[in-house]
Ligand binder design. Structure first.
Ligand code: DAH
Length: 329
């Protein structure tokens, strides 16, 4: 038998060396062709297998095929190595690994309080109300006196109010925005004010900082009926068309008459906010003729509305800034 057939082992070693030496995919493809291609060494060997006698033919045939498989496996191995090399080259050079799975950047969303504030603003804008602003550090005068709070009113106590030096407080409600918005202007007014307010209070439903919306409308011939109509429409906008509202007589220094307003919730009533006809003295404090003009006003907590709408059981969850909680809303 020809020694060529006996030298398969040598051919394999040679093939392996050539494959390993290939420095790029083109050289590698050429190296493979040299041994496994149609004109490659192993193919020509197989073509000449007829020169052998029958028993030899089978043995050598099998041996050549096994060699082909081995060389093919080395080829694949070398190809992977070259690909990885090219990849890590890109990584070194560009700091970029294009084979890594993509990472979606975390996307934030608006805070529940902001979402509700936007819904509220949208509703009142549609009724022609515009937004007024006021500072969170407010004068005692705007926060209390001008709103007709008597000097000895209990809410002016340290127990309820955060006092700041120089006759200032952290506003305890958004009502002082009424004073700022009306002073030096003449009706008609249709305003809302939204923002943070502060009180000494801290439990499952109270937080020392919370949010209120204030609304007020002043014009000639404004009635309590107008107030009820607006608040009923407001409740339906937020809570859906089925919601009911209820007004209970109450007292606030800055409105007369005053009411507390509830809406229907899960078979019962939930207290929602205060409202009333703006006290003539408040209008006079702002330089408005209370004989000619009347107005209504209302104020309610925004956080509470957000908690109900999103099923948040504890007000602290709104403000602890825990992303795991906020993500669920
Ligand atoms: N300022 C009140 C509070 O913080 C809420 C309020 C009640 C506002 C009646 C009003 C109103 O404008 O008319 O509790």
């Amino acid at each position: 038998m020809s020694t060529e057939f006996e030298n398969l082992g040598k051919l394999e070693r040679e093939a392996r060396a050539v494959l390993e030496a290939a420095g790029n995919t083109q050289a590698l493809t050429e190296a493979r062709a040299r041994f496994l291609g149609r004109k490659g060494s192993l193919s020509s060997l197989l073509r000449r297998i007829g020169e052998l006698d029958a028993t030899e033919r089978v043995r050598v045939g099998q041996a050549v095929n096994t060699s082909k498989q081995r060389i093919e496996a080395w080829f694949q191995e070398r190809r992977r190595a070259l690909e990885e090399q090219a990849q890590s080259h890109a990584l070194d050079r560009y700091g970029l690994d294009v084979t890594l799975p993509g990472v979606a950047p975390p996307r934030g969303h608006l805070h529940p309080v902001t979402l509700i504030e936007r819904e509220m603003t949208e509703f009142f804008s549609s009724l022609g109300f515009s937004i007024e602003l006021g500072p969170e550090v407010e004068t005692e005068y705007n926060n209390f006196e001008a709103l007709n709070f008597p000097a000895d009113h209990p809410s002016r106590d340290l127990q309820d109010t955060f006092f700041v030096e120089g006759g200032h407080v952290l506003r305890t409600h958004t009502s002082p925005v009424q004073i700022r918005a009306m002073t030096g202007r003449q009706p008609p007014f249709r305003f809302i004010a939204l923002g943070r307010v502060y009180r000494h209070d801290n439990d499952a439903t109270h937080y020392p900082m919370f949010h209120q919306i204030e609304g007020f409308l002043v014009d000639e011939r404004v009635t309590f009926g107008d107030l009820k109509g607006v608040l009923y429409a407001f409740a339906r906008h937020l809570m859906g068309p089925e919601v009911q509202v209820r007004f209970r007589a109450h007292f606030f220094p800055f409105t007369e008459p005053s009411a507390e307003m509830d809406f229907s919730w899960q078979g019962g009533w939930l207290e929602w906010g205060g409202c009333g006809m703006i006290h003539p003295r408040v209008l006079e404090n702002c330089g408005i003729d209370s004989e000619r003009y009347q107005g209504f006003a209302f104020g309610m907590g925004i956080d509470r509305t957000a908690m109900l709408r999103f099923g948040i059981p504890h007000i602290h969850l709104l403000f602890d800034g825990d992303v795991r909680v906020l993500e669920q809303i």
